[in-house]
Design a protein around this ligand. Sequence first.
Ligand code: CMP
Length: 144
Amino acid sequence: MVENTFLMVKPDGVQRQLIGEILQRFERKGFQLAGAKLMQISQELAEEHYGEHKGKSFYNELVEFITSGPVFAMVWQGENVIETSRQMMGKTNPKEALPGTIRGDYGVIVGKNIIHGSDSPEAAEREIGLFFKQEELVGYEKLM
Ligand code: CMP
């Protein structure tokens, strides 16, 4: 099924100049870019985006990190893109992510794992809505 997902290069990935590399992986795979922007996440947006982790031991660290510098937010479209993009990113903890995946190739620690991606259709819809206005997306409405 053709889907949309929300992917985001985190502050460590932007700082390490991995935006181009990451864009290239998803483009070459054959997915379509429906929207993208470099942005600074506010405290409020960070708390909303990571609301499900509130109360966890790493929550404060997570919010502090995601607001520490610019991120590159993206919407990608394609057949089964939610699950396939997660396979391309690799396991959340780079220690467990296989070589050939983004986290496996570029990450070392779980708190700085380069990229975020929606983990379900519900999360994708919620996260796209949090980060993008409809008019910032191209072709997205076709799938709604
Ligand atoms: P992400 O996919 O953005 O969703 C939640 C994030 O929490 C996850 O990636 C990790 O970067 C982060 N995370 C998970 N476990 C830990 C941890 N033990 N310490 C710090 N950050 C964590």
